[in-house]
Structure formats: structure tokens, C-alpha cells
Ligand binder design. Structure first.
Ligand SMILES: Cc1cc2nc3c(=O)[nH]c(=O)nc-3n(C[C@H](O)[C@H](O)[C@H](O)COP(=O)(O)OP(=O)(O)OC[C@H]3O[C@@H](n4cnc5c(N)ncnc54)[C@H](O)[C@@H]3O)c2cc1C
Length: 427
């Protein structure tokens, strides 16, 4: 008998599937389903969504492609993304996101580096601040003790911190700026997150695993996930969908095309717009409207004068905290965070720019929207997640996860949709 592995089963019947939106949720759904079904991917932007804001920088002798935003991940919090990248052949590399914190005078008050030991990434203080360090240790001891308590799911992160006397100087000046950057939102929004979500995130291993990224950037992710069998329709905004005897019709630019199933892989407010003309979509729209979406801005520039001065080599990430703002200005020095840019001229990616960079140094300036999680929105998401195989219209997206809406949540929700429809690629 041959020792060859059995061929993977083909999932029947083969269906015509429209996916609306080509962010990581739409792309991963397309990859998971395209071997067994006929997939058409609709994207309103001129190129696949994950790379809409990628810019080509013309240096003296070459062009460098820079992702906006960078999109990093940490293995412990991203099991589904990691599996997808591995199965689809997306190469990854470690990246350094050690950080420095500066006050309103741009003077550092907290600074650490990363010591990489195999898979471990240890934070090593570069600027010792005894009280902040002591508060850091007390906070993480408490988080470890409390992480499995069911009560955390019933209270906000702010309530949890106050209840245990953990809303210290460290939490306000170090933890909240870092979490506001991860969740791209205000400090108040971080404090309104369900406590268990942020406690899980902080204790799952992110503090000692370090960060990774797709080494070929978003261009490579898109190239690996978008197979030639997928029909890609860019610059096509789907206005609405209609139920019809022959299937679901997708209406875009005045044209109508029928599919057996439609997967809506957009942000929640856009999903509601697409669904809103369906006679029985009221319940879905009501749930989707309970998911708050906030905007934030990102700039790419080369103005190093905005970085804080440091006697030690400055960490790749620096936070500028003028005092009474609701968000930090978070800057990543890409030449320190991305290996192949090591020898390039300085290039800085800034989330929530609070200061003006020199006009001639600005390479890109973009605005993003991002869903938040609150105790209320979580109940809506839990209801929306109850999808079944009989539904011809299905939802996916990072907002549909039970955690921080990041790349992993998007892949995970597409994986659940792929299981419902049938996919020999889904694990
Ligand atoms: C500044 C910033 C930094 C971030 N950094 C990270 C990070 O480092 N790591 C991480 O894990 N996550 C990060 N995230 C979060 C992550 O980018 C998102 O969670 C993820 O990209 C969401 O993917 P998605 O596919 O669910 O939605 P989206 O990426 O929003 O994709 C939705 C797509 O649908 C398209 N669309 C919308 N309406 C229509 C329509 N009517 N017709 C056709 N197409 C339509 C949109 O153009 C878009 O391409 C960051 C987010 C922001 C804002």
C-alpha cells in the first residue's frame, strides 16, 4: 500500500460566492473558500483593501514600499493569523517595538529596549524610574492573579483598575498610551473595554514574546492570499444586495450579479449600509449600529526633529504625551523596526500626530476607522456571531471576534464562515 497521504476531500456543491471587502477578513475568506467555490471579491478601493494605503517611496536608487499601518502581531494572541500565514506561504520576521515615553517637553521619563533570546523578548530598562517600575510589577502580578475571574467579563477595564487600586501613574502614563495605540482609540475608550479582554491580552504572552510582521509586507500577504481563481473587482462599491429567486444579487455601479451566497467583510457601519435595503435586515442593522467606530489619523514623514533626545540609542517606538490629550502621539522609526530598512534614510510612521511635521517631510497622511469593544457592543457581537449554514448572507470582520479587533479576529471570523459554507482549507 502506498504511504501517500489521502487527497483532501472536495467540498460540494461548488457555490458562487461574493465577498464584499478585501481587508484581511475578505482576503482570508477568499483564500479559505477559493479552492472549493467560485469566489468574486468586490473592493471599493482601487486595490485590495489591506494595501490601500501602502506607499512607494522613491529613494535615490530604489523604490521602497511602506505599509500604512505596519500591522504587527504577536504569536500568542494571533493563532489563526499565524496558521493562515503558514498555510498560505506568507513569510514572517521578528520586529522590534521597544518603546520610549516623553513628556510635554519631549523629555524621556521611561525607556526600555528589547533583548531577543530565541522566541523570548525581554524588556530591559534604559532609563530607570523606580516608582513606575514598582507599579508595573504590582500591576502585572495582579493581572496574573485575576485573569481567570469570571467577574472580569461583567466590568469595564477602568472599573477593574479602580477596584484594585491599579489606576496608578504607571497605568495612566505607560499602559493606557500603549493600549490606546494597540486599539487605536481614546484612553476613555480603553477604560470602557470589557476588563477580561484587556486582561487576557496583557497576560497571554505579549509582554515577553515580542512582535512579528509579514516580512514582505502587505504586498506579499495580498499576493499569497489572492489566488488566480478569484475574480477581483476593484473600484467597485457595493451599494446594496437584493434577495432573488436565483440567489442574492450584488448591486454595484448600476450592475447586478447573482450569487449563491454573499459574505460581507466590511466594517460594521458599512455592512449596515449594504444590508439596509433588505426587508428583514432590521435586526442585523440594529446590532451593527451598537458597535462604535472611531477615526484616527496616521502620517508618514521624515522629520526626526520631533523625536525625543536620548543618551542611549532611542527605542523604535516613542510616545509623546503632552498631558491632557485623550490619545498619545505614537511614532515608529521604521528604520529600527523593519530589518530591510535598517540602512535607509529616517522614516517615521506616526499614529495620531499631535505636532506639525515639516511640510516637505510628509509622505502620507491618512485616516482610518476602527471598531471599539464595550460591554454593550460585545452583546451585539455575540448575537451577530450566531450565524448558521442555512444563511445565504454571512458577516465576517475583525469586529466579530471576542477580543480586540485585530488581524487575528478577522481571520478567525472568516474561518468560522468558511466552516459554515464548506472548505477543504479550513482547519
Ligand atoms: C492605525 C491602525 C493600526 C493598526 N495596526 C494593527 C496592527 O499592527 N496589528 C493588527 O493586528 N491590527 C492592526 N490594526 C487593526 C487591523 O488593521 C484591523 O483589525 C483589520 O485590518 C480589519 O480588517 P477587516 O478585513 O475586518 O476590515 P477592513 O480592513 O476595514 O476591510 C474592509 C474592506 O471593505 C471595503 N469596503 C467597505 N465598504 C465597501 C463596499 N460598500 N463595497 C466594496 N468594498 C467595501 C473597504 O474598502 C475595506 O478594504 C490597526 C488598525 C489601525 C486603524
Amino acid at each position: 500500500m502506498s504511504a501517500q497521504p489521502a487527497p483532501r476531500p472536495t467540498v460540494t456543491p461548488r457555490q458562487r460566492i461574493a465577498i464584499i471587502g478585501s481587508g484581511i477578513a475578505g482576503l482570508s475568506a477568499a483564500w479559505l473558500l477559493s479552492r472549493d467555490h467560485r469566489v468574486t471579491l468586490f473592493e471599493r478601493a482601487a486595490k485590495p483593501g489591506m494595501g490601500i494605503y501602502t506607499v512607494d517611496i522613491p529613494w535615490a536608487d530604489k523604490r521602497t514600499s511602506i505599509d500604512i499601518p505596519l500591522r504587527v502581531f504577536t504569536p500568542a494572541y494571533y493563532p489563526s493569523l499565524q496558521r493562515l500565514y503558514r498555510d498560505a506561504g506568507v513569510r514572517t520576521e521578528t520586529t522590534n517595538h521597544a518603546a520610549a515615553y516623553a513628556n510635554a517637553d519631549n523629555q524621556l521619563f521611561f525607556h526600555y529596549g528589547n533583548l531577543q533570546l530565541g522566541r523570548l523578548s525581554l524588556s530591559v530598562p534604559k532609563l530607570l524610574n523606580g516608582p513606575l517600575l514598582a507599579q508595573h510589577l504590582r500591576l502585572f502580578r495582579a493581572l496574573q492573579q485575576h485573569k481567570d475571574r469570571p467577574a472580569l467579563a461583567q466590568q469595564s477595564f477602568g472599573e477593574y483598575l479602580r477596584q484594585h487600586d491599579l489606576l496608578t501613574d504607571y497605568s495612566r502614563r505607560i499602559l493606557l498610551p500603549a493600549l490606546a495605540t494597540v486599539c487605536t482609540c481614546d484612553y476613555d475608550d480603553v477604560l470602557a473595554y470589557p476588563a477580561d479582554i484587556l486582561v487576557n491580552y496583557l497576560t497571554c504572552g505579549v509582554m515577553n514574546e515580542g512582535l512579528m510582521r509579514a516580512s514582505g509586507g502587505v504586498d506579499d500577504v495580498v499576493a499569497q492570499l489572492l489566488e488566480s481563481s478569484v475574480t477581483l473587482r476593484t473600484s467597485m462599491t457595493v451599494e446594496r444586495i437584493e434577495e432573488h429567486e436565483e440567489g442574492i444579487r450584488v448591486v454595484s455601479a448600476g450592475q447586478k450579479e447573482a450569487f449563491d451566497r454573499v459574505i460581507i467583510a466590511t466594517q460594521p457601519h458599512h455592512a449596515c449600509q449594504i444590508l439596509s435595503t433588505l426587508p428583514d435586515a432590521q435586526w442585523h442593522c440594529q446590532q451593527l449600529q451598537q458597535i462604535p467606530v472611531v477615526e484616527s489619523r496616521m502620517q508618514l514623514h521624515t522629520d526626526r526633529s520631533l523625536l525625543p533626545a536620548s543618551r542611549m540609542p532611542l527605542a523604535p517606538v516613542s510616545y509623546f504625551l503632552p498631558g491632557d490629550e485623550q490619545r498619545p502621539e505614537a511614532t515608529v522609526d521604521l528604520t529600527k523596526a523593519i530589518r530591510h530598512l535598517r540602512n535607509d534614510p529616517a522614516i517615521l510612521q506616526v499614529w495620531n500626530p499631535l505636532r506639525e511635521a515639516r511640510q516637505e517631510s510628509i509622505l502620507a497622511d491618512v485616516t482610518f476607522s476602527r471598531p471599539l469593544v464595550t460591554l454593550q457592543s460585545r452583546r451585539a457581537v455575540q448575537a451577530l456571531r450566531k450565524q448558521d449554514a442555512s444563511q445565504r448572507i454571512l458577516l465576517t470582520g475583525s469586529y466579530l471576534c471576542d477580543g480586540i479587533p485585530l488581524l487575528d479576529g478577522a481571520v478567525d471570523s472568516s474561518l468560522r464562515v468558511a466552516h459554515l459554507i464548506g472548505s477543504s482549507r479550513a482547519w
